[in-house]
Write a protein that binds this ligand. Structure first.
Ligand SMILES: Cc1cc2nc3c(=O)[nH]c(=O)nc-3n(C[C@H](O)[C@H](O)[C@H](O)COP(=O)(O)OP(=O)(O)OC[C@H]3O[C@@H](n4cnc5c(N)ncnc54)[C@H](O)[C@@H]3O)c2cc1C
Length: 421
């Protein structure tokens, strides 16, 4: 079959590989001038860093397998514990305040007990409707006894989910937690891409039919086939984020269920700010530049993949919007950095803002399961509509991850092959 794929992120690239292997003919339409989508390795001279997806868990097997196949090396995460700064006090992550440790353990025990009762797919958890309307913030408020514990637990959840816990649905979060219960060797954020995530995407793209700089606006379908902005195909696979799918015109229009699922599948508000410095002045300090703190930058790490000294801040939720609204996020961030590293300004060379919230082809960093979504839309997010199929991390069990993008490409190829061969 002749199959169009909209989007050359990891889900689109994986779908193309799988469909080609099954004997189909694919063409990818990509709006940007590059492949990789929300994974983008910035390479400017000696400065090399990830603007988007960066970390790989130890059991993200699909990613690891593709890396091996395309001779891409893994870079292990730093072994030293991260530093934490709260109300001016520095401590090491492996020596938490007792109250914070106790709250974190209580939250974990609660999550293990609640999520252990859940099944997949999520919408089959009848009897848990109430949890779907509750928020992760509600659970934190219920469990955490201390101020510092509440801050620490919320800071970690915000970073994992890419948004404030008040926007995350409790049932959706527990389903994600359920995945962790079943894992073995599941160290989180264990690796990154030695040559950058873009290198893997670029390798995967070799030999595929990809039309870059080609934004898809309109898809028609009838009983004989589809047209993608006038180009005829047998089928089309949409891999763009739900926030962007809403801007594509479908004729005939998508059913209400599909609309509902796209509308309710929310995207996390996360950005990265990145600074290049003359020297690694953070080396030898607690955490070696890998810090969580209660300031505006939330979390920073040594993000350099090239020879230039680089720090990135990963800022999620309302604080990301606030720092963007300041008009000069790099300057605001530098002023914050100076509070921790007084020499930062003098060492500053260059900076980058990776604003995924306003990126026209992403409109958010990655999907999360918002309150009400598990029973109010999730069951339709990956459901094909005639000849129109859906993939992308938001349609996967591994929601939000590069692993989820690959999982969805694999799933959609199988689904198409089984239905149409
Ligand atoms: C800041 C940030 C940090 C992250 N950190 C991690 C991490 O550490 N680990 C991890 O596993 N994941 C992380 N992620 C998530 C990960 O990057 C994504 O889950 C994954 O890359 C999504 O791949 P995808 O193929 O589903 O979507 P995308 O990569 O978004 O691919 C969709 C493609 O469609 C294109 N497109 C959009 N609209 C159109 C159109 N109209 N016509 C044609 N093409 C179009 C887009 O340009 C894009 O290339 C992070 C993401 C961000 C933004």
């Amino acid at each position: 079959m002749k199959i169009a794929i909209v989007g050359a992120g990891f889900s689109g690239l994986e779908a193309a590989h799988r469909l080609n292997d099954l004997g189909h003919e694919t063409t990818i339409f990509e709006a940007r001038d590059r492949v990789g989508g929300r994974c983008h390795t910035v390479r400017e001279g000696d400065a090399v860093f990830e603007a988007g997806g960066e970390w790989i868990d130890a059991d993200h097997d699909r990613v690891l397998k593709r890396m091996l196949e395309f001779s891409q090396n893994l870079l292990p995460a730093p072994e030293e514990p991260r530093g934490i700064i709260y109300k001016g006090e520095w401590i090491s992550e492996d020596n938490l305040w007792e109250a914070a440790e106790s709250d974190a353990v209580d939250l974990e025990n609660n999550a293990v007990s609640l999520s252990g009762k859940l099944v997949f797919p999520g919408w089959e958890n009848e009897g848990f409707y109430d949890l779907d309307d509750e928020t992760l913030e509600g659970l934190v408020a219920q469990i955490c006894q201390s101020e510092v514990g509440k801050w620490w637990v919320s800071a970690q959840l915000r970073s994992d989910e890419g948004d404030d816990p008040e926007r995350i649905g409790l049932l959706g979060w527990l389903l994600g937690y359920r995945l962790y219960l079943d894992r073995e060797g599941a160290e989180m954020s264990a690796f990154r891409f030695e040559n950058g995530a873009s290198a893997l995407a670029e390798q995967m793209a070799v030999g595929l039919g990809i039309r870059l700089n080609t934004k898809v606006s309109e898809i028609h379908q009838d009983i004989d086939g589809v047209t993608v902005d006038g180009h005829p195909f047998d089928l089309v696979v949409i891999t763009v984020p739900p926030s962007v799918t809403r801007q594509i015109r479908f004729k005939p229009g998508l059913p209400d269920t599909a609309h509902l699922s796209q509308e309710r599948c929310e995207m996390s508000r996360a950005i990265k700010l990145t600074w290049q410095f003359k020297n690694n002045f953070w080396n030898g300090t607690l955490g070696n530049g890998n810090l969580h703190w209660d300031g505006k930058l939330q979390q920073i790490w040594d993000a350099g993949l090239g020879s230039a000294p680089i720090l990135s801040a990963y800022i999620c939720g309302q604080e990301a919007l606030d720092i963007l609204a300041s008009g000069d996020p790099l300057e605001v961030g530098l002023a914050e950095l100076e509070q921790i590293f007084p020499t930062a300004r003098g060492e500053f060379v260059k900076g980058w803002v990776s604003d995924w919230i306003h990126d026209p082809f992403a409109k958010g960093a990655f999907s999360h399961l918002a309150p009400g979504y598990v029973f109010g839309g999730m069951q339709y997010i990956a459901e094909p509509v005639g000849r129109v199929y859906f993939a992308g991390e938001h349609t996967a069990k591994w929601t939000g991850f590069i692993e989820g993008a690959l999982e969805s490409g694999e799933r959609v190829a199988q689904e198409i092959h089984e239905t149409w061969s």
